[in-house]
Design a protein around this ligand. Structure first.
Ligand SMILES: Cc1ncc(COP(=O)(O)O)c(C=O)c1O
Length: 449
């Protein structure tokens, strides 16, 4: 068993003293201290096992032996500054290219999702020679200043919205302005982007980019309505802008049926820039921007070198290649498709028995359960969602978190080796928690818990 260097209380006390208090922990009232992990399981300081439904970063499973082996072998051999010629970076770029539409054929390697999105902003602004950006409401694109500016989820709590940032409605067909009963919500939400573009032009400003997650996650595990992205891309390109797909959470086969979540929008749609991160290095900091030859050409033409000390180093790329191998060898996309469908099916059955489950949605192993205290009004059941998360951890050692503008969506983005049995266990436990709540007549939405 892994050894604790400090007692849990000591770790907590040191953390309080030494680490910035805006860095939050899961379960802040009673944090979990994890000493080791394997596959979809986490083990605490007492060896207690937790089922991990949160860690989308540890995409092919925690501490996967093929990844650690590839990392150790390359670290033992060489890790250099990225200005030396090396095979790994080109072999890795070539493998990534084979997963993407042909037009996305130039790659920049960086070290975090934030860096990728910041570079995407620069590429878009350089290529279009425009400044303004359209983003979806409730979006989060990273922690750099440039990205806080384009993340309504953050800037609404801070100084507010910059003049060059414009917020389009989240195309949420459950609680947004156009819902499941609308004949063509994709078109209707895209037309809202068109209206915004016209408004921006009316102010004498010009659009450089439309930024969106391919499946908005912080927004509440939203599945974009059919036809939305292609229509938005048409409007944005007509305005001289580019479409940036943030795949930091959703790429690398998470949705099962496709390698990239933007592909759920159909063959006819291809973004101009794709940003990647979290799952790419299975926990090792590795991320990337993929774009077209034209956009990359415009970036080169400014005459300024792009240098990134760590981005695309031999070790990172060895890890990236090993992650791609494991996704294929273990058919993790197939697993995400099968297990995700089973999970959704079980949750939909549960919805028939528990009024509080307002909506079940998702693709592959990207699934959300929206809890509501009133199904008709779709009132977010924020406290109940927090209660379910707490009980899952305390009673069943299952780690789940919440998302959405009201933190009322239980989200599932587990490592891709999540099994059918894991899915069944989670649903049984949620069923038990919701049944006990009903039995005890706990009116959580009215009381403090
Ligand atoms: C959609 C999305 N984009 C970008 C980021 C930023 O990535 P990082 O934390 O690696 O900088 C995140 C992080 O949560 C994210 O969820």
């Amino acid at each position: 068993m892994a050894q604790e260097k400090l007692k849990k209380e000591e770790t907590l006390a040191m953390r309080k003293k030494l680490i910035g208090q805006s860095c939050k922990l899961f379960y802040s009232e009673d944090p979990v201290k994890i000493l080791r992990a394997r596959g979809q399981y986490l083990f605490d300081e007492n060896g207690k096992r937790y089922l991990d439904c949160i860690s989308n970063v540890h995409h092919v499973g925690h501490c996967h032996p093929s990844i650690t082996k590839a990392a150790a072998a390359q670290m033992d051999l060489l890790n250099t500054n990225t200005r030396f010629l090396h095979d790994n970076v080109v072999l890795y770029a070539d493998r990534l290219a084979s997963t993407l539409p042909e037009k996305l054929c130039v790659f920049y390697f960086v070290n975090s999702g934030s860096e990728a999105n910041d570079l995407a902003l620069r590429l878009a602004q350089q290529y279009t020679q425009h400044r303004d950006v359209i983003v979806l409401d409730h979006a989060y694109h990273g922690h750099l200043m440039s990205l806080i500016d384009i993340s309504p989820y953050k800037f609404r709590k801070l100084a507010g919205q910059k003049k060059w940032v414009h917020v389009a409605p989240l195309p949420d067909t459950y609680r947004g302005m156009y819902r499941e009963d609308h004949p063509n919500p994709g078109q209707a939400y895209a037309d809202k982007v068109k209206d915004l573009i016209d408004e921006v032009h009316g102010k004498g400003r010009k659009i450089s980019a439309f930024f969106a997650e391919s499946l908005p996650s912080v927004g509440g595990q939203i599945i974009l309505p059919e036809g939305y992205s292609a229509k938005v891309a048409e409007y944005v390109r007509a305005a001289g802008g580019v479409f940036v797909a943030d795949e930091v959470q959703t790429g690398f086969g998470r949705v099962g049926s496709h390698f990239w979540a933007f592909q759920l929008q159909g063959e006819g749609f291809c973004p101009d820039i794709v940003t990647m991160g979290k799952p790419m290095g299975n926990g090792h900091p590795l991320s990337c921007v993929a774009t077209t030859a034209e956009i990359a050409g415009a970036f080169t033409a400014n005459g300024v070198e792009y240098f990134n000390t760590f981005g695309g180093n031999p070790v990172s790329c060895a890890i990236g290649l090993a992650v791609l191998d494991v996704i294929e060898e273990e058919d993790l996309r197939g697993n995400a498709t099968r297990v995700g469908a089973h999970l959704k099916d079980l949750l939909t059955k549960l919805q028939a028995r528990h009024e509080i489950i307002g909506d079940v949605r998702g693709a592959g192993l990207f699934v959300g359960i929206e809890l509501v205290s009133d199904r008709e009004k779709r009132t977010p059941a924020t406290k109940t969602a927090a209660w379910v998360v707490k009980r899952l951890k305390m009673d069943h050692q299952i780690c789940v978190s919440t998302d959405g503008p009201w933190e009322s969506v239980l989200k599932f983005k587990p490592p891709m080796c999540f099994s059918l049995e894991d899915a069944e266990l989670v649903v049984q436990c949620i069923d038990r928690i919701l049944t006990d709540m009903t039995a005890n007549d706990l009116r959580l939405e009215k009381e403090d818990i």
